[in-house]
Design a protein around this ligand. Structure first.
Ligand code: UDP
Ligand code: MG
Length: 314
């Protein structure tokens, strides 16, 4: 099979028939063998019935229905487990992404040039204040932290080689950072394609203001986890040691002064309180380091290294 089109959706009943028909048309014109995997992320409208009806007309349409709303990341993750195509293309269900982009995305990823190609909504039809400006900031920070040169990390339209989606686990709200997850898994050939973006025709956006807070917190964890998850003590230890040494040295300095002149009052000096605080912070950082080390040692998946090939071994 050439292509699996993966579509996460929450209450998008009006858009689905049009979207499916459009994808089918593109696939037939290009003679691709394909499947469309709709993941109903706990819709409360008739989306699932619509998917059932689409499947009756076309057996290439497949569906997964969650018992409740788990979020876009969970939906993508489940579909990635199920996808059978050589190339996996994800797109939003709301007709904001154009299926006409599929052939070129497919060819970019199917050649050996790219493992992953991310769409770039260069001209964007969303609310400027709540989406476009914050997303510029968010993309700039992600670019800096991850050192991946993409303009639009959170674009729903992306294409992947099969081995990429089978290697990564999209959890929490990490769908915003799939290129980063892919890079960690060893896929460095990450490309970008300017894609057409359209106005939402039916229904409403499913993400509100909290996307920026959550997105930013996830960015912090992704940075930290990426660098230190296998060796947390290297982070906590360095800072703990620094604080402890600063505190200890300044306390020692005060103690020496007291030895030299007995009527010198230690507790009247601001340095005394600063050194106490520094020692306490240092010890706490060390404790956090030890606890994280214990967790890291005992966490499941501690030996899950991704192996590309073996020779002479089972
Ligand atoms: N979506 C989902 N689960 C959620 C939220 C959104 O599957 O919890 C889907 C949604 O139906 C759409 C896609 O994710 O297909 C992108 O969402 P939306 O269009 O609301 O985001 P926006 O375009 O406003 O960024
Ligand atoms: Mg949308």
């Amino acid at each position: 099979m050439d292509i699996s089109v993966v579509i996460p959706l929450l209450n998008e009943e009006e858009s689905l028939p049009e979207l499916a028909a459009w994808i089918e048309k593109v696939m037939q014109e290009n003679r691709f063998s394909y499947e469309i995997i709709f993941v109903d992320d706990g819709s409360t409208d008739s989306s699932w019935q619509v998917i059932g009806a689409l499947r009756e007309k076309n057996p290439c349409v497949k569906g997964i229905k969650f018992q409740r709303n788990y979020g876009k990341s969970a939906a993508l993750n489940e579909a990635f487990r199920a996808a059978a195509g050589d190339v996996i293309i994800t797109m939003d269900a709301d007709l904001q992404d154009s299926p006409d982009e599929i052939p070129e995305l497919f060819h970019m990823v199917n050649s050996d040039k790219y493992d992953l190609v991310s769409g770039w909504k260069k001209v964007r039809y969303d609310n400027t204040l709540t989406k476009n400006i914050p997303s510029k900031f968010f993309n700039a920070v992600t670019r800096k932290v991850s050192k991946i040169k993409l303009n639009d990390f959170n674009c729903g339209l992306k294409a992947y080689k099969k081995k990429v989606v089978k290697s990564i686990e999209v959890y929490g709200e990490m769908h915003r950072y799939i290129p980063v997850l892919a890079k960690w898994a060893g896929f460095k050939k990450i490309g970008e394609k300017v894609v057409e973006h359209r106005k939402r025709q039916y229904g409403v956006s499913k993400f509100g203001w909290d996307r920026f807070i959550n997105g930013f917190l996830d960015l912090l964890s992704i940075t930290f986890v990426g660098r230190f998850s296998k060796r947390p003590m290297h982070f906590f230890g360095v800072w703990g040691m620094l604080f402890f040494i600063i505190g200890f040295c300044s306390a020692l300095y005060l103690a020496l002064q007291k030895l030299i002149s007995p009527d010198f009052s230690i507790t009247n000096r601001p340095g005394f309180y600063i050194s106490l605080t520094a020692i306490v912070i240092g010890v706490q950082l060390f404790m956090a380091g030890f606890i994280s080390e214990l967790l890291a040692r005992n966490a499941p998946g501690r030996n899950s290294y991704l192996i590309e090939e073996k020779t002479g071994l089972e």
